[in-house]
Design a protein. Structure first.
Length: 427
């Protein structure tokens, strides 16, 4: 059976030309580890630290660094072709992780993670570890994490007579309503509204109401009572307390701009974007921004706690032992601490427990992240092969709720479409 493609085959020709130019699958010496990484501050930090690793191990690391689209293009061609000229690969567990694992692109790391007790696999947070596991086996090691937290305006809360940020979704709705009524031109709440873009942030509301995208048997559950309540709540909160004439195509840049321009009191978003709100060069309210754990719903506070990137070993690599040496070093406690001190949120619990690891983050952000990792859920979208298509389906009730349509009826329609999608994907 032909392996499923990550993207359209029309991209193959251009990337194949680049493979030819660099020697295709000719391979390298056994002491050369070929590592493909995304453009990211994590990558820049690793490159700076590499000389020490190479000196200590006697290995040579060859890094190919690409933008996200180029990375997908290269993986599409090389992995589908069974190429062995990638040893270590940086990938997005919740975007292409299931596809890679299902197609056996990723090596089962069960033996590797158990071999070194000092490296300590148990130190990795449960949500990110769950997201890099396939059919009970670890196939990747999380390197960069995200959790959803509540951004809020301290000055507006104080002016409204609120003693602190809301701890529950009921309190969030009440506070957002009160502030919008008292502050002309200021929204009580803002968040992503685009059909696909909103799914990730909506997921925490879904979990906190007690729902999920599928049940334990893999059946669609976006029309469960909990899901219907979550859709109605999220859409209704934006409709009733959000910006005037709010559009339904906002991603994080548009929602963040509204918040940082002083036009909203509350905003739920990924913690990784917090510097956009606290940097005086980017935010008019930088000195008034606070952070709090995601408010609890009927099922408690259950924000997503995910790895946005991970490292895996190409299953066709002929240099797996040395590939693991690189991953073991790059994801070890020392490197994870160094990364986190530079502002890259790590997946190890120990670095969050270490004052040195949290010294560069706002104190209330650290507290919010600690709370998120305790009850966090390891996915922020449906865990499927064709992620973009699934987001379009489960995101439609969000848009319908924002625009005042019947969220429950929309959830029923979406659930039928999503179940068909799941059935088709299982064939």
């Amino acid at each position: 059976m032909r392996r499923q493609s990550i993207i359209g085959a029309s991209l193959a020709v251009a990337v194949a030309m680049s493979l030819s130019a660099c020697g295709g699958d000719s391979g390298g010496e056994s002491n050369t580890v070929r590592v493909t990484l995304a453009n990211h501050v994590w990558t820049e930090n690793v490159k700076q630290a590499l000389p020490a690793f190479e000196k200590e191990t006697g290995l040579k690391v060859e890094i190919t660094q690409l933008g996200e689209d180029q990375l997908s293009d290269q993986y599409n061609v090389k992995l589908n072709a069974g190429s062995s000229d990638i040893d270590v690969m940086m990938y997005r567990p919740l975007q292409e992780g299931k596809l890679f694992a299902k197609n056996k692109y990723l090596t089962d790391l069960t033996d590797q993670v158990a071999a070194n007790k000092d490296w300590d696999f148990s130190d990795f947070q449960s949500g990110p570890a769950e997201a890099t596991t396939y059919e009970g086996k670890p196939v990747g090691i999380p390197i960069i994490t995200e959790q959803e937290v509540l951004y809020y305006r301290k000055d507006l809360l104080e002016k409204a007579g609120l003693s602190g940020p809301p701890k529950t979704l009921d309190e969030l709705k009440a506070a957002a309503t009160k502030i919008k009524e008292a502050e002309p031109g200021v929204a009580g709440f803002v968040a992503r509204t685009g059909k696909s873009a909103a799914v990730t942030q909506f997921s925490s509301f879904l979990y906190s109401f007690g729902g999920d995208f599928v049940d334990s048997a893999g059946k669609a559950t976006v029309n469960s009572d909990a899901a219907k309540q979550a859709y109605a709540y999220y859409g209704g909160l934006i409709k009733d307390t959000g910006p005037a004439n709010v559009s339904t195509d906002m991603g994080w840049p548009e929602a963040m701009a509204i918040f940082t321009q002083g036009q909203a009191a509350f905003y739920t978003e990924a913690n990784s974007l917090y510097k956009n709100a606290t940097d005086p060069a980017k935010s008019k309210v930088s000195d008034q921004v606070g952070f709090a754990p995601f408010p609890a719903g009927p099922a408690g506070s259950k924000p997503y706690s995910i790895p946005s990137w991970a490292l895996g070993i190409n299953d066709n690599s002929e240099n797996k032992a040395n590939a693991w040496k690189f991953i073991e070093w790059a994801t070890g406690k020392d490197q994870t601490l160094a990364q986190q001190k530079s502002g890259v949120p790590g997946a190890r619990s120990s670095v969050w427990a270490n004052p040195e690891g949290t010294s560069t983050f706002p104190k209330d952000m650290v507290a919010a992240i600690e709370a998120s990792t305790q009850g966090g859920v390891g996915h922020d979208r449906p865990v499927v092969v064709k992620v973009p298509e699934s987001r379009e389906i489960v995101g439609q009730p969000i848009v319908d709720a924002i625009t005042g349509k019947d969220a429950a009826a929309s959830a029923d329609t979406a659930n039928t479409a999503f179940q068909k999608f799941l059935d088709d994907e299982a064939k």
